[in-house]
Design a protein around this ligand. Structure first.
Ligand code: ADE
Length: 279
């Protein structure tokens, strides 16, 4: 029913994770499904309009959660978003908490990430003779992070303003020994799907900030209540409305003219000579 083409550039995108498969309060105006050299994205990209500004929404795990974390076509996702004009991504992810003070239903805006994926997932655009090494000391975008923190203030949520995320391979959850190891490394939260998305976005010169919502305490606490899928889904359902409100408010803010420079992420331009691929 919706048009399958859209002829204006879309600069802002939301990548929705577990439990965030759509956005309320935004008017769908198109649904596009660009074929990239790395295949099609996880799901068709929904173009929504907000005060005249188009915003893209992509369900990371697919519309019906059909992609397990290591099978998410992350390169197609980032390439497709870049292809339609995206320069800023607000990603959302359900995560396990590795710290007592990060309680289920709390939000976390990580500023660091530790890669514990195993190299099974395709993780770069630079290969087959295209050589490039992007800086990744600060994996997330401080300007987008500032917008998220500003929006969360006064919303009645608990939001931790920084933290180190661990991205593990999965799909099995961690052993207790692994969970404790990650705690000893200073990990705040754990996920299976934050990477390679953030690395690929930087390679494509796109600003990205992930908003995490803790759904469980993983398994380090020895309370007899280890994480399982039912626990993740239950917390997501209980707090999904807050997740949608927070993401909605961040989009409101990013759509404002005064945030145009943040959105266009000029500070990454030239960071990756491989961006020539996406033009
Ligand atoms: N996603 C949500 N909870 C998680 C956990 N405990 N470990 C890994 N990924 C998760």
């Amino acid at each position: 029913d919706l048009p399958t083409t859209f002829d204006r550039p879309v600069h802002i995108a939301v990548i929705g994770g577990t439990g965030l498969y759509k956005l309320d309060g935004f008017t769908p105006i198109a649904r596009v499904n660009p074929e990239t050299p790395w295949g099609v994205p996880s799901a068709p990209i929904l173009i929504l309009e907000h005060g005249g500004v188009p915003v893209a929404f992509l369900a990371r795990h697919g519309v019906n959660h059909e992609h397990t974390p290591h099978e998410i076509p992350a390169r197609a996702n980032i390439a497709a978003l870049r292809h339609i004009g995206v320069r800023s991504i607000v990603a959302f992810s359900a995560v396990g908490s590795l710290q007592e003070e990060i309680k289920p239903q709390d939000f976390v805006v990580p500023d660091q990430v530790i890669d514990r994926t195993k190299g099974i997932r395709p993780f770069t655009f630079f290969e087959h003779g295209l050589v490039g090494h992007i800086p990744f000391g600060d994996p997330y975008d401080a300007k987008l992070a500032a917008v998220v923190k500003k929006c969360a203030a006064g919303m009645g949520l608990t939001l931790h303003e920084k933290g180190t995320a661990i991205c593990m391979e999965g799909p099995q959850f961690s052993t207790r020994a692994e969970s404790n190891l990650y705690r000893s490394w200073g990990g705040s939260v754990i996920s299976m799907s934050l990477l390679p998305e953030a690395k690929l976005a930087r390679e494509a010169e796109i600003a990205l900030q992930v908003i995490c919502m803790a759904t469980d305490y993983d398994c380090w606490r020895n309370t007899g209540e280890d994480v399982d899928v039912a626990m993740v889904m239950k917390t997501m359902q209980a707090n999904g409305e807050n997740a949608r409100r927070l993401v909605g408010s961040v989009l409101d803010e990013l759509c404002k003219e005064e945030n145009r420079d943040v959105v266009l992420a000029k500070h990454y331009e030239g960071a990756s000579k491989g961006a020539v691929l996406f033009c």
